[in-house]
Write a protein that binds this ligand. Sequence first.
Ligand code: MN
Length: 151
Amino acid sequence: MTGPNFHAFRDFRWEGVDHLPYKEVGSAPFRAISRQVLFSEPALACQLRYFEMAAGGYSTLECHAHEHGVMILRGHGHCLVGTEVRQVGPYDLIHIPAQAWHQFRATEGEAFGFLCMVNVARDRPRLPGPEDLAALRAHPAVAAFLDETPR
Ligand code: MN
């Protein structure tokens, strides 16, 4: 399968799509996560990305005005959305509303990957300050989730 309109899938990589490993250390805390931008067509006004984290990896805890539509494709993990923590696995759908704190964490022992749809025009994520973390920790399930995410 070749040509600009076709990208064959193999082992959670797509032919002709750049695989962008995130830095392990950066301004935002995350671990062992990579990114592939699958669709970025101006006329669609959205991007579809595939994020994958290694066993025990996690995404940045963040919030923003734009929304995400997520479908898990591989492995198992936990996700925080707002004040809700869920165990998630293949083909589960997760809507992340505007201004909801969110974070994904891979279960130990397996890679965890998901599709994430996002508007092309979007604001920058905000990271939690001490007051945000205190408010999140007021919810026992969220506090447990945060404690299980190594920092
Ligand atoms: Mn986000």
